[in-house]
Write a protein that binds this ligand. Sequence first.
Ligand SMILES: Nc1ncnc2c1ncn2[C@@H]1O[C@H](COP(=O)(O)OP(=O)(O)OP(=O)(O)O)[C@@H](O)[C@H]1O
Ligand SMILES: Cc1ncsc1CCO
Ligand SMILES: [Mg+2]
Length: 269
Amino acid sequence: MTTDLSKTATDLFETMRATNPLVHCITNFVAMNYAANVLLAAGASPAMVHTPEESGEFAAIAGALTVNIGTLSPHWVEGMIAAAKSANDASKPWVLDPVAHFATGYRRDVIAKLLELNPTVIRGNASEIIALAGGQSAGQGVDSGDPVEQAEEAARSLATSQKVVVAVTGEVDFVTDGTRSVRIAGGSPLMPKITAMGCALTALVGAYCAIARDQAFEATVAALTNFAVAGGIAANSANGPASFMTAFVDGLHNLDAATFHQNARIEAL
Ligand SMILES: Nc1ncnc2c1ncn2[C@@H]1O[C@H](COP(=O)(O)OP(=O)(O)OP(=O)(O)O)[C@@H](O)[C@H]1O
Ligand SMILES: Cc1ncsc1CCO
Ligand SMILES: [Mg+2]
């Protein structure tokens, strides 16, 4: 099982390089530049398109859509809803990043509306996933206050009730579709010290979903493994968070399939 998932993830990694999928990203002001560079380095083609005047039209063209609620405003929310509806109509996968959705009434309203539009994948940190499943999390803002293990049951129940793939990230990541579950190890403790690392990962989950449209679970596992492997390599040459940011983009760009497969640490549960 472990070997199969590593092989599938490696195959998808190679497909990414060969096909350069177009990914529609509606992300936050903090993440926009870094997420776009991460996607380019990983072999995808990002487009940051948020205004409702065009977001619906663009979602139908792109291979996948990603929606991140990090820096909300009403006009952007209209753009997110139009894009998600259009992705659904065009049978395109879409990925939701529920940044700090529990923090304010406005965020709670917006996340409820987006959840009604049936995302294909939800990717968040442990506090976000615990709160999304109705539990009490220790999170206050965009950073997690809870360990991933504590979010595993919440992730399973959310995956089952919403019929969605759920990815919980942290020191060891957890992915479930409600039936199958895996843990993915690797990466670096420097990763949560860089803002928007998770937002960039959500965008990459979208890229993998674009190339594996009917395999959202496998696509999500591949994206998280790509981050874990490139993160582990980048940490070897970084002196701290700032140099890690650039080493990570280089690590993604320079990664080859053999190294990906060798360093993938996917445990099927
Ligand atoms: N302690 C750690 N060790 C190794 N990897 C980590 C650690 N913490 C986070 N990561 C990795 O960092 C990436 C981002 O995950 P994280 O859970 O920090 O996202 P996030 O909290 O949503 O981030 P942000 O909101 O700042 O974008 C994932 O690839 C995850 O595996
Ligand atoms: C710091 C921050 N604030 C809103 S979104 C964001 C990026 C990390 O989620
Ligand atoms: Mg986040």
